[in-house]
Design a protein around this ligand. Structure first.
Ligand code: G4P
Length: 538
């Protein structure tokens, strides 16, 4: 009997392990308009998850809608369906986590990045590295997330590819290694040389696929001229020689450590260079990685289920306050109707209708494995960062909060509804809609956001979901910094001197609210033993 049980266990473990090895959970990120939605859609086409182009509703909040934020909420509704897009491709299970395009919801994107094992960054060949890309890459660097760069829109005239690579290295602070190389661009774009697979992939405008893919192990083969002519052959050979001379040979381990980013060129709209990207991606991108908890490192192949909530999406129906909590499974196998521990509450819970997200459908699942994302219907039990386990007392490390960019005092506009307001603020903050600080000097509540839109969304949701009315008082601040020091006397002195600017975040940690860059620099200079952090994870 014992032998049989141990045999069964062994078989099951092998099954888990092969399920986990198959998974690739990643996010595509970009500055708005670089082509994230288009690329996502083409990947889904390859996976057979959709059959026609244009089927993916953009999760992007259109600029024209910026003032009409009812429309924005509607669009956020759409993004539930497209929050996770799973499909099978070449014996792999791909989970793409979508991120909001609008920069006012950047915090959502940062949190989503904590649930992925790798990232594809899309860059517009004409625009190069843009503001949002820089910020997103900072998060990847902090977490050492492996990154692949896709330079998009090669069918348009753009920057010189070598200049682009320099720009990526300088601006994103990461070494790069091209794995494909464009042959001309814009109207003269001929295709790419696939360095990774040593193939020539030829492009014909208006044809939505690789028209010709020829193996070319030796780029010096005179056959090349027959395909792309003398001048371009000469240029390609010179470029490749330069690449081999300047950039180190591609090494998967260095990529997996987050130290080097392979670069691909193509045109998502024309579905060119996308399959090459996907084929290389499934080979080199990591399957679910170990995740650090406060107590220990959790390995995906472990027996017991563990996971954490990285996103909570409110329901659109104001009469029915229900949400979906998104769980990233870090280890083991999740089963429907099994009992799992909600660690913060210290109690066991059962989930009868967990959902998985297959392309655009949401469906109930019976099981899911490490690397997968499942949605749990929630009525206010979860906070971002909560851990679920099979029973173990485990806490996955916090998700970083970044210093907000905009601040306002929030005040009660209806004295009869102060309880509702307090509850609404608390729940919206747990959902991660914005950050709350309480000024220690005057006790006033401050809401910090990354964009004006969030204030409007909060006001609307407080009214419609909690029946509470709020008003905003302007507050001009530069940054919120989490402070700490080993020098207790200096910390104490600082807090006294800056009493009016000291606040507590929702965990009660000390936060200094600097009202200008100058004042912050002076404070850093005058109090050298104090560490000023611009993210809450340090
Ligand atoms: P985003 O999610 O990163 O914000 O970008 P999205 O995919 O929505 O693409 C932004 C615009 O760029 C779209 O045009 C899209 O068609 C275009 N685009 C994407 N990839 C390529 C490419 O490889 N070449 C060229 N020439 N254009 C590309 P739009 O006019 O803003 O939107 P739509 O009306 O076409 O949807």
């Amino acid at each position: 009997m014992i032998i049989f049980v141990s045999f069964l266990h062994h078989v099951l473990m092998n099954l888990y392990s092969s399920e986990i090895q198959k998974r690739r959970t990643f996010a595509i990120v970009s500055h708005p308009d670089a082509g994230k939605t288009t690329l996502t859609e083409k990947l889904l086409l390859f996976g057979g998850a959709i059959h026609v182009a244009g089927a993916v509703k953009s999760n992007k909040i259109r600029k024209t809608a910026a003032s009409d934020w009812m429309e924005i909420e509607k669009q956020r509704g759409i993004s539930v369906a497209t929050s996770v897009m799973a499909f099978d491709y070449a014996d792999h299970k791909i989970n793409i986590l979508d991120t909001p395009g609008h920069q006012d919801f950047a915090e959502d994107t940062f949190r989503t990045l904590t649930a992925v094992d790798s990232v594809i960054i899309v860059i517009d060949a004409a625009k190069g590295v843009e503001a949002q890309t820089r910020k997103l890459m900072e998060v990847c660097r902090m977490r050492k997330t492996p990154v692949i760069v896709f330079v998009n829109k090669m069918d348009r005239d753009g920057k010189d590819p070598f200049d682009l690579l320099d720009e990526v290295e300088e601006e994103l602070h990461i070494k790069v290694r091209p794995l494909s190389w464009p042959i001309d661009m814009g109207q003269r774009f001929k295709g790419v040389y696939n360095i990774y697979e040593k193939k020539l992939d030829l492009y014909t405008p208006s044809k939505q696929y690789v028209t010709e893919s020829v193996e070319f192990r030796d780029i010096n083969n005179p056959e090349l001229e027959n395909h792309i002519g003398n001048a371009l052959s000469e240029k390609l050979r010179a470029d490749i020689q330069l690449i081999e001379g300047v950039y180190p040979a591609f090494d998967t381990d260095t990529y997996l450590k987050g130290d080097i980013a392979p670069v691909f060129f193509g045109s998502a709209l024309n579905n060119f260079g996308v399959k090459e990207l996907l084929d290389c991606f499934i080979q080199i991108a990591p399957s679910p990685l170990p995740v650090q908890a406060v107590e220990r490192t959790v390995h995906p192949e472990e027996d017991g289920f563990t996971g954490f909530i990285f996103k909570i999406h409110a329901n659109m129906d104001p009469n029915h306050r229900s949400c979906i909590a998104f769980v990233k499974i870090c280890s083991g196998r999740f089963e429907r109707n099994a009992n799992y521990k909600h660690v913060r509450f210290g109690k066991m819970m059962r989930f009868g209708s967990p959902t998985a997200f297959m392309a655009q459908r949401k469906e109930t699942v019976d099981e899911a494995f490490a690397g997968d994302i499942i949605g749990l219907p929630d009525t206010g039990n979860f906070k971002i960062g909560d851990t679920l386990t099979a029973g173990e007392e485990l806490h996955f490390k916090g998700l970083p909060s970044f210093s907000p960019e905009m601040f306002k005092y929030i005040e009660n506009a209806d004295p009869m509804k102060s309880k509702q307001l307090a509850k609404g603020i608390e729940q919206l903050m747990d959902e991660g809609v914005a950050q709350l600080f309480v000024n220690k000097f005057n006790g006033r509540k401050i809401i910090g956001t990354v964009g004006q839109l969030q204030f409007e969304v909060i006001q609307y949701r407080l009214l419609h979901e909690y029946g509470a009315q709020c008003k905003w008082d302007n507050l001009s601040l530069y940054k919120a910094c989490w402070i700490e020091s080993d020098n207790a006397a200096m910390l104490d002195n600082f807090k006294k001197r800056k009493a009016q600017y000291m606040a507590a975040d929702k965990e009660g940690r000390d936060v200094y609210l600097a009202d200008s860059a100058y004042v912050l620099t002076m404070a850093q200079h005058d109090f050298p033993d104090i560490r000023f952090h611009f993210t809450s994870e340090f």
